[in-house]
Design a protein around this ligand. Structure first.
Ligand code: 5GP
Ligand code: MN
Length: 319
């Protein structure tokens, strides 16, 4: 790890403007990693003009320092000296921030997606890392991790490892988490309030998703679909559906879980999770998506039953 120390400092050297962004529909690792880098620059490079672009983030992450400074309007005319993409496997996943990235004088990508195509000038890509937050931890000096930066990094690691539970969790992940815990963060609160706590409506839609679920391929695959009408009935948005696919995955004897929800423009967002040995990133890539071996996603044309049949075909071919 030592040769990586100060990697970010070396890249920031001489820059006067830095843009940062993560993927569309930001999750814990995306919010945590981007805000960690934003906090780092604000703390140690006060002369740099820094801007963080993200789609509106879930309320649970708003306790993180400077989350209120996130620009979700993408209104900035700066041609950045450096643009940093975090937790993003390809340019398209940057959404509205892609234009800033393309226009920047230099670019850096820090990511852990196996599907990452190294699309920046500098690429810090390690698919074995549990999370992008684990990689951000590596590229900054441990002594310079403030309590506020530690909160960002811990939140991201907790979310991408399912509270240190998924197989992406390594001994190194635990060591890093240990160092972050010593920075004075309220770690049980972060776990409870950002990972486990669900609103009443979220629990209701989870219940609906479980009621809608069906087994396919002799029980090897569980599928659930949520329509826009159902989301309206329970008053939830797509960002409130996080965690449903994981609940499907822990069904006994299931190997692959597929969750689809309706986007409203004729397309459906798909999420795949796996138990044991199966590569769902390959399946997601068939539909123009990507992700990790054990957790991947994509967007697919409807109607839902046709979409489900197409995905099941690709899964069956690989089982
Ligand atoms: P989720 O199912 O939670 O949306 O995503 C699981 C993983 O796959 C995450 O790491 C996420 O970044 C990635 N992912 C989800 N949807 C897409 C997509 O449409 N394209 C790509 N390239 N990755 C995705
Ligand atoms: Mn991630």
């Amino acid at each position: 790890m030592s040769q990586k120390i100060n990697y970010l400092d070396r890249i920031l050297n001489g820059k006067t403007s830095v843009g940062i962004a993560g993927h569309v529909r930001p999750d814990g690792d995306c919010v945590g990693s981007t805000l960690a880098v934003y906090n780092y620059i604000k703390e140690y490079y006060p002369h740099i003009y820094v801007k963080l672009f993200l789609e509106p983030i879930p309320n649970i992450f708003k306790f993180l320092q400077y989350s209120a400074e996130i620009d979700s309007n993408y209104a900035d005319s700066t041609k950045f000296d450096l643009f940093i993409a975090l937790d993003c496997g390809d340019l398209g996943r940057l959404g509205n921030a892609a234009d800033f990235f393309s226009a920047a004088k230099s670019t850096l990508c820090i990511d852990h997606h196996i599907s990452n195509q190294s699309f920046a000038d500098e690429n810090y890509i390690y698919p074995d890392a549990s999370s992008t937050c684990e990689l951000v931890y590596e590229v900054i000096d441990t002594d310079k991790i403030t309590k506020e930066i530690a909160e960002c990094l811990y939140t991201g690691i907790v979310h991408d490892t399912g509270v240190f539970q998924y197989s992406c969790t390594s001994a190194k992940t635990m060591e890093i988490a240990g160092v972050l815990m010593e920075k004075g963060i309220d770690y049980p609160k972060i776990v409870d309030e950002t990972f486990y706590t669900k609103t009443f409506s979220q629990n209701k839609i989870l219940g609906q998703a479980l009621l809608n679920s069906e087994l396919y391929l002799n029980g090897a695959c569980i599928v659930s679909v949520i329509t826009q009408k159902e989301m309206e009935k329970f008053g939830v948005l797509p960002k409130h559906l996080d965690g449903i696919v994981n609940q499907l995955r822990i069904t006994k004897d299931v190997r692959v879980a597929l969750f689809l929800y309706e986007n409203g423009d004729g397309t459906w967002k798909g999420s795949l999770r796996v138990n044991g040995d199966f590569n769902v990133a390959e399946v997601a890539i068939c539909f123009g998506g990507g992700g990790h071996v054990k957790a991947a996603g994509f967007t697919i044309d409807g109607p839902a039953d046709v979409a489900v049949a197409r995905v099941l075909n690709e899964i069956e071919a690989r089982l």
